[in-house]
Design a protein around this ligand. Structure first.
Ligand SMILES: [Cu+2]
Length: 181
């Protein structure tokens, strides 16, 4: 089942439930009002709303906790065990990356800043997907930690429109096979 099919199924079920609610209201509209029944159903509705609220709150709290725990961004103040440090400066319109070769399989710490405006520092793997990324901000150094699993020629590209030279603002980063000791 594709994601589109799933969205269709969810939308159709939702439309069906709304239609049922409308039909129920229409079927009840002609009945004379009964004060006791009205107060009982208001009470039930209030309890259902409270229950639904608590259930949703629980689902979101547990879901957020479970999915955000492996937070993808390194703690900016902790000391790092990265044996390789790469200094990155973005500018209109260039990248300064020193060194431009890192070793596969060992953690790398990128210290990313900008000389002028905001840029987006993104590392594209040889197959075209984004391996990792962070912001390059003037006056601030963002710490990005990453361990490359595959050697190859990676491409650094700007992810934030920064003026006329934004699109061709790219440079390569070599991820080398482990050096024999
Ligand atoms: Cu840019």
């Amino acid at each position: 089942m594709t994601i589109q099919d799933r969205i269709w199924a969810v939308a159709l079920v939702g439309i069906g439930l709304v239609a049922l609610a409308f039909l129920y209201v229409i079927s009840q509209a002609s009945k004379p009002a009964d004060a006791n029944a009205a107060s009982r159903s208001a009470h039930t509705a209030h309890r259902l709303r409270t229950l639904l609220f608590v259930a949703l709150l629980t689902v979101f709290a547990v879901g957020s906790w479970a999915t955000l725990r492996p937070f993808p961004i390194a703690s900016q103040r902790s000391t790092s065990d990265a044996q390789q440090v790469v200094d990155v400066t973005a500018g209109q319109w260039y990248w300064k990356i020193d060194p431009d070769t890192v070793e596969v399989g060992r953690p790398v710490e990128f210290r990313v800043t900008s000389a002028d405006v905001n840029h987006g520092f993104a590392i594209y793997a040889p197959d075209g997907h984004i391996a990792t990324q962070t912001q390059a901000m003037p006056g601030y150094t963002n710490v990005l930690r990453y361990r490359f699993e595959e050697p190859g020629t990676y491409t650094v590209q700007c992810l934030e429109f920064c003026g006329l030279g934004h699109a061709p603002m790219l440079v390569t980063l070599q991820v080398a096979a482990p050096m024999l000791q």
